[in-house]
Design a protein around this ligand. Structure first.
Ligand code: NAD
Ligand code: DAU
Length: 353
């Protein structure tokens, strides 16, 4: 038995592959294009492990996907591969349309072709699990109820619009072709192997380098933070017990404004790696806001709890402590990902803010 994971060298995908193989002997075929966000160093502990088959390639390469499906005959596809960074989608939306929309379309078509060849019992058991985001639902006002699975789609950024499009494709492939799909819409993740273009790892690595901590606008935008290991356990629960064709929202019950997140990171660093120059919070710098910046996301995760018994295991206090400690313990990983291309991105996004 095997599963095909796409994007398994990225942040969440690599955590998922590591967690999966820590708990199961089922082979993972990992298809990843190794864009700037993909990093085999995340999977270094699996070197020589026959249960992990890594294939560098594009989900939009139909011939490659067909041949992987025919060779490995997975019982499920777990689809993480995407362009995932909102700021990059504002600077260059094309790659988001290509991978998140066209790529998902190609993957769905390949899955449909393969699924059609399966014997009845395998056909019934097969799953296409689409990993999506809460950003498809748009932005909430301060007193609005959290997003449920029936909240209207109101994506506001090129990234969220491309993910919304992919969610609609997945829904339609189930409705029209009866492909057995599952979709999860999750809130902001954080944890090990998070690329330091996103808020939490960026703040940790900048603070450790005594660089400014760039808070967009007033820093009062609210996100619902979930430790990545909890997202992985939610996906495993949905894959194992989710109802075909259903959508499950996944969140941490943990809404916090960005400034509070940055202050929490500074306080932990003050404790774990004090800076002789003074508290890290002195580095906080308000910069020009993100265009079209969504003000608030919040997930109502009652459906997955009620139907599948899933709840996050980490609180924000435990998760952020583990995360900051992980970055302190993995200076080599941080140095490796801050390559020339990373420096180009920092210049593109922050030089004129
Ligand atoms: P990431 O950017 O860290 O990783 C994406 C991975 O996909 C990389 O390894 C990259 O090389 C690979 N990839 C990109 N284009 C590809 C292509 N055309 N073919 C094959 N591989 C390709 O992203 P992440 O933060 O790990 O997010 C994973 C998934 O989870 C995405 O679908 C994202 O929309 C979703 N999601 C992320 C969050 C979050 O907070 N990070 C929250 C909810 C949902
Ligand atoms: O909500 C789920 C989404 O969370 C995922 O679908 C995306 O893939 C993931 O990137 C994330 O999107 P966000 O835009 O919320 O994450 P990001 O870490 O980029 O930003 C979090 C908040 O912090 C957001 O309000 C913008 C702000 N921010 C971000 C950066 C990089 C800053 O204030 N300064 C920064 O330098």
């Amino acid at each position: 038995m095997s599963i095909l994971v796409t994007g398994g060298a990225g942040f969440i995908g690599s955590n998922f592959v590591l967690d999966w193989l820590a708990q199961s002997d089922e082979t993972v075929v990992n298809l990843d294009a190794l864009t700037y966000a993909g990093n085999l160093a995340n999977l270094a502990s699996l070197q020589g492990d026959a249960r992990h088959v890594f294939v560098q390639g594009d989900i939009g390469d139909r011939a490659l996907v067909d041949s992987l499906l025919a060779t490995h005959r997975p019982r499920a596809i777990v689809h993480f591969a995407a362009e995932s960074h909102v700021d990059r989608s504002i600077h260059g939306p094309g790659a988001f349309m290509k991978t998140n929309v066209d790529g998902t379309f190609t993957l769905l078509e390949a899955a449909r072709g393969y699924w059609g060849t399966l014997a009845d019992t395998d056909k019934t058991a097969f799953r296409f699990h689409h990993v999506s985001t809460d950003e498809v639902y748009g932005s909430l006002g301060p007193g609005d109820p959290a997003f449920t699975e029936t909240h209207p789609y109101q994506p506001n950024s090129p990234y969220s619009a491309s993910k919304a499009a992919s969610d609609h494709l997945v829904r339609a492939w189930h409705h029209t072709y009866e492909l057995p799909v599952l979709t999860t819409n999750c809130s902001n993740n954080y944890g090990p192997y998070h690329f330091p273009e996103k808020l939490i790892p960026l703040m940790i690595v900048n603070a450790l380098a005594d660089k400014p901590l760039p808070v967009y606008g007033d820093g009062q935008q609210v996100r619902d933070w979930l430790y990545v290991g909890d997202h992985c356990s939610a996906i495993r629960a949905v894959l194992a017990r989710g109802q075909v064709g259903e959508v499950y929202n996944v969140g941490g019950w943990n809404e916090k404004p960005n400034l509070e997140i940055v202050q929490a990171i500074c306080a932990l660093l003050d404790e774990l790696r004090p800076d002789p120059a003074g508290p890290y919070a002195r580095l906080v710098t308000h910069v020009k806001d993100r265009p079209g910046h969504d003000r608030r996301y919040a997930i109502d995760a009652r459906k997955i709890e009620r139907e599948l018994g899933w709840r996050p295991a980490e609180t924000f206090a435990t998760g952020i402590r583990k995360t900051v400690q992980w970055y302190l313990d993995h200076a080599d990983w941080v140095a490796q990902v801050q390559s020339g291309a990373y420096r180009d991105w920092v210049a593109t996004n922050y030089a004129t803010r």
